[in-house]
Design a protein around this ligand. Structure first.
Ligand code: ADP
Ligand code: ADP
Length: 224
């Protein structure tokens, strides 16, 4: 699905964290928002998710204005850096949770969970407690839980930042593969330029409340 940001403004106290952010993100695009800490990246993702309301501006998804819709009516998936898994549940139950909330049938849930586990290479650990698996595996479970609902678009807030350097490189490659396979619209936030360049179809640099520059990684790299 396309996600269109129209002149988004967000003010906290006397700080204009977002000061007119506009861009059209294409269907199936891997779109990375790059910027140092405190530039408003998380705020922007929360507005796209419906967790925060913009003071001005709109979010249009596939031509429909969703600005005033709550998160549960946006069919959006979010993956955070701390994964926010349920520690007392198994991997299977964590992934199944959003489907259970929707009241889907047991057989259907089982099928979907096993399919998405296959895609992420975690079929072998479905019946383990999430506290008993590695950080890299937890990160995959969080992504599996996001994917399983078949959302219209994905919002990822530094999802790899808790992994060590070696795992992060592996996870990047996998994330890119999964995104291609799903043909999903991925909107991904990071402060890491290398990560942005290796993942993105396009990179948007967020600075002083605006997208200062939006370009393909190669163009950004060639930037003087
Ligand atoms: P980033 O994700 O780029 O690190 P954030 O969106 O988390 O940036 O924060 C941008 C700025 O807005 C920061 O100065 C932060 O302290 C401030 N901020 C974020 N959320 C709130 C809030 N709920 N209330 C007040 N200020 C906030
Ligand atoms: P991150 O940069 O990963 O978003 P933060 O520690 O900046 O994490 O923010 C954690 C939470 O606190 C977020 O929900 C954010 O909106 C909120 N927050 C951040 N800064 C402020 C602030 N100055 N006043 C109130 N809430 C804030």
């Amino acid at each position: 699905m396309t996600v269109e940001l129209v002149e988004l403004v967000k003010v906290y106290g006397n700080k204009r964290v977002l000061d007119g952010v506009s861009e059209k993100i294409e269907s199936g695009e891997f779109f990375v928002i790059l910027g140092p800490s405190g530039e408003g990246k998380s705020t922007l993702l929360k507005i796209m998710a419906g967790i925060e309301k913009p003071d001005k501006g709109k979010i249009i998804v596939d031509g429909v204005d969703v600005t005033n819709r709550p998160p549960e009516k946006r069919n959006v998936a979010m993956v955070f850096q701390n994964y926010a898994l349920y520690p007392n549940m198994t991997v299977r139950d964590n992934i199944a949770f959003p489907l259970k909330m929707k009241g889907e049938k047991k057989e259907e849930i089982r099928e979907k969970v096993e399919k998405v586990a296959g895609l992420l290479g975690i079929s072998e650990i479905l019946d383990k407690k999430v506290t008993k698996i590695s950080g890299g595996q937890q990160q995959r479970v969080a992504i599996a839980r996001a994917i399983v609902r078949n959302p219209s678009y994905y919002l990822l807030d530094e999802p790899l930042s808790n992994l060590d350097a070696r795992m992060r490189t592996v996870a990047r490659g996998e994330l890119k593969r999964i995104q291609k396979e799903l043909r999903g619209t991925f909107i991904y936030v990071t402060h890491d330029q290398k990560e942005a360049l290796s993942l993105a179809d396009r990179v948007a640099v967020l600075h002083a409340g605006k997208f200062e520059q939006v370009s393909k990684p190669k163009e950004l790299y060639d930037y003087p």
